[in-house]
Design a protein around this ligand. Structure first.
Ligand SMILES: [Zn+2]
Length: 119
């Protein structure tokens, strides 16, 4: 069995599904949610992670020191989900949508032009 290796940032987004650009992906298991509260809860419940920012007035200092990067999740992940109801509402990561330059209509037009030149 061949194991498909998706690109680093996930597969192309499916056109039929809405793309969210505000996903937060767990660095450990790839679980994706779209709010800080939920990813924090996930990390806390799954890994016993403790939010080091919860207390203390030095938040800006920590940010300057680069400690923001110590969070166990990745922000601004593009994601989609198949279901909006029921139990399987989990998100999956996709690539950032590309511009309209590669719209299927334009590709079709190119083919049409090529065909007209050949006939
Ligand atoms: Zn996780």
């Amino acid at each position: 069995m061949v194991e498909l290796q998706p690109p680093t940032h996930g597969p192309q987004p499916l056109e039929q599904l809405e793309v969210f650009a505000d996903g937060r992906k767990c660095n450990t298991c790839g679980y994706i949610v779209r709010t800080d509260e939920r990813i924090q809860r996930h990390c806390r419940l799954q890994y016993g992670w403790i939010n080091p920012w919860k207390r203390g007035p030095k938040r800006e200092d920590r940010q300057r020191a680069g400690l923001a990067l110590s969070r166990p999740w990745t922000e601004s992940v593009h994601c989609q989900r198949f279901f909006t109801h029921g139990r399987r509402q989990e998100y999956f990561e996709v690539q950032a949508p590309r511009g309209s330059s590669e719209a299927p209509e334009q590709v079709a037009t190119k083919w049409e032009q090529a065909r007209l030149q050949l006939t």
